[in-house]
Design a protein around this ligand. Structure first.
Ligand SMILES: *[C@@H]1O[C@H](CO)[C@@H](O)[C@H](O)[C@H]1NC(C)=O
Ligand SMILES: *[C@@H]1O[C@H](CO)[C@@H](O)[C@H](O)[C@H]1NC(C)=O
Length: 713
């Protein structure tokens, strides 16, 4: 694969390499031409650049597993953005940080090369983390090796990042590459001048070359053309100093020798490697002809794992019994780069993303978590990260909920809302950490799986506005969670009577007026009769739960929380009782700032616990209407559940109808109609919802209004 990044067409260059446009292999980025055409190859006249944001931008290429590849990326800045800001950004190979690309010259390409054993059927090269300028890339190449070339014992855990590949004694500045090297390695000429690279050359260093064939073995390491040139130290030594990119580190370092001079029978060439401060190197003596078993044959001693410094000086020094100075044909130095394990969920995630080949968001490529995560994914920060959160909201997705999601066992949050997902809700029981599930506003159908009720950490479940039907699993209805299931065809658990936790009350204005009128009529007729306390308690408690679950999206945090001491001060330790309802007893209070309040101290048996209470708080803090009493906050301390309202000087509606402390008597039917109308307006604040069982719902919301609607004179 030879990608001309930003290039528009496919072509074959002067040395026979077929270049193709990168457009199909990358998501995002902008192709551009360099403003000034350079003298380099055509592939350097274009590039692709990416936003300098927190995303990563990946090229994903198909490879053959358990095969070694050379991966080469090059970067020629060429002032493409006319800003003369030299970019600096990170390059990664899959999940593994490969290198930081630092541009310090607009006209010289930076080239990064690595040799890696492909462990998966794709290999991705990603750009991210721009610290200056915008990330960009000029070319990306992939070359497949044969046989055991570049095999190392560590290749499953480490890849090799190239630091130096030098063709000594080269003919001119030109590199040797394809077709001389069938694998298209680039053997740089030792006469190419670079800062701090191959300096401190010993006097008496001469270049030699031969046209005779050199036997380089069956694996072409390195190619013959490279071995046909060399340097020799006529004064007895060859000296070099070079900076090794990415070092200090552990290196794979090999030197390549072949005797390419016709020595007289009595002449010998023996030498040792001398590295200052590293006596280890000095031990073996090289006798090229003997070691290679003949002239014009390759001998390649080296170290598969040796620690090298950043500034590397070395010397080949002839031994005392040698008549000729040392020879050096070529050399390669790579750094062992530890392969980052990557996310444990990488395969699942790539399978998930591959379901949406047309969607840009699914084409980000590389590891879902490393070195930076996909834009719609959040991961844990451990060494092999897990996917914690998926946000696929409003992405126009159709079809069923992908089963891959059920395999993300560390998942905490799942957002699939606002798509067109259809079919059933799959079994998420393998995702035991799930806390937040958003499936609302889709076209899901079928029953709610009971497994949802068994998720031990579930906190919030949103399934509203789907086509779900059947009974709500009992385990789910019993959980203390925020649960919104409106806009479906669901019924309460089949085996319980009054826990229609999720069914939402309805309040059509007209219906409410009529029912309220009837209710008022009934109240007026019956208020002198003994009430049936058990019935009222049940009914009054119910709406809070139903409304509460609808509004439970509103965090209780939005409501003010009073300290119990504050309430005790305001009410003079619950001194003045001003009423009682199904929920509890209401006391008069006055806050420190002078505001008059009604404090409802809830009787514990009318509530089933914290959840209902907090649902009520969430509901009341959400509704604001002139016809409803203003909810000021709550207090929950020392086992006391307290709701705080503004004090209604005129009393509650119920008090008006029944006769309260103010002993208001309403006799006029016009007045009653007005009340009914106002009550209906108050009730119309509650979202309407078409229910099949309107009757019971409405009577409950009426009772709610009797408690919470204001009577305004
Ligand atoms: C190389 O040697 C060092 C030090 O002995 C060791 O830590 C490292 O794991 C070895 N392997 C590689 C591939 O670096
Ligand atoms: C959503 O997907 C449909 C095809 O499934 C496509 O026709 C439509 O244009 C998409 N809408 C958006 C806003 O992407």
């Amino acid at each position: 694969i030879s990608l001309d990044c930003g290039g528009a067409d496919d072509y074959t260059d002067g040395i026979g390499i077929q270049w193709t446009s990168d457009a199909k292999l990358v998501f995002g980025g902008q192709a551009t031409n360099l403003p000034v055409q350079n003298q380099l190859q055509k592939q350097y006249s274009t590039l692709r650049y990416f936003p300098a944001d927190t995303s990563k931008y990946c090229y994903t290429m198909n490879v053959r597993t358990r095969t070694r590849y050379l991966v080469r990326a090059s970067f020629l800045y060429g002032n493409f953005d006319n800003s003369n800001v030299y970019p600096k950004f990170d390059l990664s190979l899959g999940a593994t940080p490969w290198s930081t690309v630092i541009i310090d010259d607009a006209d010289t390409p930076v080239v990064e090369e690595a040799i890696i054993l492909a462990a998966a059927p794709t290999l991705s090269v990603c750009l991210s983390n721009a610290s200056t300028g915008q990330p960009f890339i000029s070319t990306l190449e992939l070359r497949q090796f044969n046989g055991s070339l570049y095999y190392t014992d560590y290749e499953a855990q480490f890849f090799l990042a190239l630091s130096a590949r030098i063709n000594f004694g080269a003919d001119g500045n030109k590199s040797v590459r394809y077709p001389d090297d069938p694998f298209d390695r680039i053997w740089e000429s030792d006469s190419l001048r670079r800062a701090n690279y191959l300096v401190d050359v010993a006097p008496g260093t001469e270049r030699i070359t031969t046209t005779k064939p050199v036997f380089v073995g069956t694996e072409l390491e390195p190619p013959e053309k490279v071995m046909q040139t060399a340097v020799v130290g006529q004064n007895g030594s060859l000296n070099y100093r070079l900076d090794l990119e990415g070092f200090p580190g552990n290196a794979w370092a090999v030197s390549y020798f072949a005797e390419i001079e016709d020595l007289a029978p009595d002449e010998t060439r023996k030498f040792k490697l001398v590295v200052p401060g590293m006596p280890l190197f000095s031990k073996p003596t090289v006798d090229v002809e003997e070691n290679a078993q003949g002239k014009y044959r390759l001998y390649q001693p080296g170290y598969t794992n040796v620690t090298l410094p950043f500034v590397f000086s070395f010397e080949f020094k002839k031994t005392n019994d040698s008549s000729k100075g040392p020879i050096l044909n070529a050399m390669e130095i790579y750094k062992h780069v530890q392969i980052t394990m990557g996310s444990q969920d990488a395969n699942t995630m790539s399978s998930l993303a591959s379901r949406y080949p047309q969607a840009g968001w699914a084409q980000e490529g590389g590891d879902p978590c490393l070195p930076v995560s996909w834009t719609w994914v959040q991961c844990s920060s451990e060494a092999a990260p897990r996917v914690l959160s998926i946000t696929m909201s409003e992405k126009n997705i159709t079809g069923s909920i992908p089963e891959e999601l059920t395999k993300l066992s560390a998942l905490v949050e799942l957002r699939l809302d606002g798509n067109s997902f259809s079919g059933g809700i799959p079994d998420f029981s393998g995702c035991r950490n799930l806390q937040y599930i958003h499936l609302e506003n889709n076209q899901l159908n079928g029953a709610l799986p009971s497994s949802l009720g068994e998720l031990p950490n579930l906190k919030e479940l949103y399934i509203q506005n789907n086509r779900l039907s059947g009974h709500i699993p009992r385990a789910l209805s019993k959980k203390s969670i925020i649960f919104n299931s409106s806009g479906n065809n669901l019924q309460g658990p089949s085996d319980s009577i009054s826990h229609g936790t999720i069914i939402i009350i309805v309040c059509a204005v007209v219906g409410a007026i009529l029912l309220l009128a009837v209710a008022i009529g009934c109240c007026l007729c019956t208020h002198k009769r003994k009430k049936k306390p058990s019935r009222e308690t049940v009914v009054l408690a119910a709406p809070a739960k139903k409304l509460g679950s609808y509004f439970s999206e509103v965090a209780t945090e939005t409501a003010h929380r009073f300290a119990l001491s504050e309430i005790e001060d305001a009410t003079d330790k619950f001194e003045r009782r001003i009423g009682s309802g199904g929920f509890g007893i209401v006391y008069y209070g006055k806050l420190a700032d002078g505001r008059e309040i009604a404090v409802k101290l809830l009787t514990n048996d009318s509530y089933q616990g914290i959840r209902e209470f907090l649902n009520e708080v969430a509901l009341l803090s959400r509704i604001h209407h002139r016809n409803l009493v203003t909810f000021l906050g709550y207090s929950q301390q020392d086992g006391k559940n307290i709701l705080v309202y503004e004090f209604m000087h005129n009393g509650t509606l119920k008090e008006h109808l029944r006769g309260g402390p103010n002993d208001v008597k309403i006799t006029s039917w016009v007045k009653r109609l007005e009340i009914a109308e106002d009550a209906a307006k108050g009730l119309s604040q509650f979202p309407s919802y078409s229910s099949t069982s309107m009757q019971s719902e409405d009577s409950e919301s009426l009772f709610f209004c009797l408690e919470h609607c204001k009577y305004q004179v």
